[in-house]
Design a protein around this ligand. Structure first.
Ligand code: NA7
Length: 528
């Protein structure tokens, strides 16, 4: 019998295993993949790279680890992130408690024993007191049900299920569907190699330059001289990162056009998410947000030489409403003669033919099709497992109208089950590793508190859950996030209920709420 079974051995599962083992619990982690690393094992497409600077997208829980690890680039590429996950697994001797190639298909709460029974697809079973779902909010790839896909005679590759051997695009006519973060990274690289590249765009993306390059060693030394202070300052930021570039003291609407543009330009030069941190009202005031939108549109028009193509690339939704893309040469790629941009916003992809794609009554030939079509975010990974709580309540049923949750960590009716960085948490808006560490530390404190107080189980109450969801909705209403069809809203998956799934209140507010609940003896939870 286990104390804790952890589903997933990505960055969340690895830290959960380390932390929960360190407080004396018997812990087992399982992962469907043949490797640790989670997202950074699965997303191995060319150009896959983190969109938050590596000095911030890394674990803070161990001073030795953060001092000894040295990133080669400002934004690490997928192979380096995977090496880091493996290094962490070895350094903290985690592998002895990880079963790889193990896909969990069911987790059922047994009310008579107060234990969970977890089953894998190969028939193995575990009995455990607690379950930590560390299967990642973006781990269920979305393959749209395009008619004719099975009849395509070339190769079809999904960005999140990329083959292990290198893919050579040389001499091929390649089609990419999607223009989200994954596509924005893939497109410039495919364009280098392919004979031709046709990009099928449903919604244009805002992309800002990463200005990636070798990590500045002086900056690294300065951060490492006080890494703990740097992390603490980051945790005071709404996003949990980016403390070195504080927002302008005035809102965007209270400065002159010239000053606003100078700030945006400075942020554009800094690269990455800095642009969205320029002013405090960009996420709460559509008029302020529009200034940032127009700034990026002007950049697009200045980079892309063909005005018609530039116009097609200019988004109209609020910037940041969909996750901002951090790019290397994305817009400039459209200046290549061999790259064609096809707008499928009005005339959707009708079908995949044996030799290409049909849209707007025209067939576009392709030898290789890349689906950079994203994920069934937050709920997909959870609902692909048959999770049943009290009274055999199925999570699939409970979440039919959207992912009800309390604190983004728990679901009423599912005792002793914790969901890492899922719906209701700030994960999508922070450096996810900061969010992971916060969740795991909260769970570890909670489990120790339960034992100290002689409780066997903890579960969210329905009123607390309802209040949390209405708080999440109320906060989202005050932002620009409801102004587009994003994966935050479930709008990218046909038929998925629309509910704004992340908590948009910012990391400090969220962390304080979670801390207050714990301080109040786990207010909103029922213990037995
Ligand atoms: P995203 O950001 O969800 O992007 C998926 C893209 O695929 C996006 O442009 C979609 O258009 C497009 N898409 C999805 N379905 C279709 C159909 N049926 N037809 C045409 N186009 C379609 O996923 P990513 O993998 O790029 O990034 C996910 C996150 O990973 C990212 O936000 C970072 O956090 C890291 P749409 O915009 O929905 O119109």
């Amino acid at each position: 019998m286990l104390d804790v079974l952890i589903v997933g051995a990505g960055f969340g599962g690895l830290y959960a295993l380390h932390k929960l083992r360190s407080i004396g619990l018997k812990v087992q982690a399982v992962d469907a993949a043949p490797s640790v690393g989670g997202t950074w094992y699965a997303n191995r497409y060319p150009g896959a790279r983190v969109d938050i600077q590596s000095l911030e997208y890394s674990y803070s829980f161990d001073e030795g680890l953060q001092q000894e690890w040295s990133w080669s680039e400002r934004y690490a590429a997928q192979p380096e992130l995977l090496r880091y996950a493996n290094h962490v697994a070895d350094r903290f001797d985690l592998r002895r408690d990880i079963e790889l190639n193990t896909r969990v298909e069911a987790a059922h709460f047994d009310e008579s024993s107060g234990q969970w029974l977890v089953r894998s697809t190969d028939g193995r079973q575990w009995r455990t007191r607690f379950v930590v779902m560390a299967n990642g909010p973006l781990s269920a790839p979305n393959t749209p049900a395009f008619e004719g896909l099975a009849d395509f005679e070339g190769r079809v590759l999904h960005s999140a299920a990329w083959p292990h051997e290198p893919v050579d695009f040389t001499g091929l006519d390649v089609a990419v569907i999607g223009t989200g973060s994954s596509a924005v990274q893939i497109i410039p690289i495919v364009a280098e190699q392919a004979r031709s590249l046709t990009v099928f765009q449903r919604t244009p993306a805002y992309a800002v330059p990463a200005h990636n390059g070798p990590l500045d060693r002086d900056w690294e030394r300065r951060i490492k001289a006080d890494y703990a202070g740097f992390r603490a300052r980051n945790r005071q930021m709404r996003s949990g990162f980016g403390s070195e570039l504080q927002p302008h003291p005035l809102p965007a609407l209270q400065v002159s056009d010239a000053e606003r543009d100078a700030v945006f330009e400075q942020r554009w030069q800094a690269g990455g998410f800095a642009l969205l941190g320029a002013f405090t009202d960009l996420f709460t005031d559509l008029r302020a947000n529009e200034h940032a939108c127009e700034f990026v549109r002007r950049k697009i028009r200045s980079i892309v030489r063909n005005p018609a193509v530039a116009a097609r690339l200019c988004p109209t939704h609020p910037i940041g409403c969909k996750r901002l893309c951090v790019d290397t040469g994305y817009y400039a790629t459209y200046n290549r003669d061999k790259v064609t941009l096809v707008d499928v916003s009005q005339a959707p992809i009708e079908r995949i033919t044996p030799h290409g794609l049909l849209t707007g009554g025209r067939e576009y030939k392709a030898d290789l099709l890349v689906l950079a079509t994203g994920f069934d975010a937050f709920t997909g990974p959870m609902q692909r497992i048959d999770v049943r709580g009290r009274g055999a309540l199925s999570l699939r049923d409970k979440w039919r109208g959207g992912p009800l949750n309390y604190l983004g960590l728990t679901v009423a009716g599912f005792p002793n089950l914790f969901n890492l960085v899922g719906a209701g948490s700030t994960s999508a808006f922070t450096s996810v590793i900061t969010a992971i560490e916060h969740h795991v530390d909260w769970i570890a404190d909670c489990l120790q508190w339960l034992d100290a107080h002689g409780h066997e189980t903890i579960e969210a109450s329905e009123p607390a859950e309802a209040q949390w969801v209405s708080l999440m909705n109320a906060i989202a209403q005050q932002t620009i996030f409801l102004g587009c069809n994003s994966w935050y809203l479930g709008a990218n998956i046909p038929g998925k209920p629309r509910m704004f799934m992340p908590m948009a209140g910012g990391f400090p507010m969220y962390a304080e709420r979670c801390a207050a609940v714990a301080r109040d003896g786990y207010a909103g939870f029922v213990m037995h």
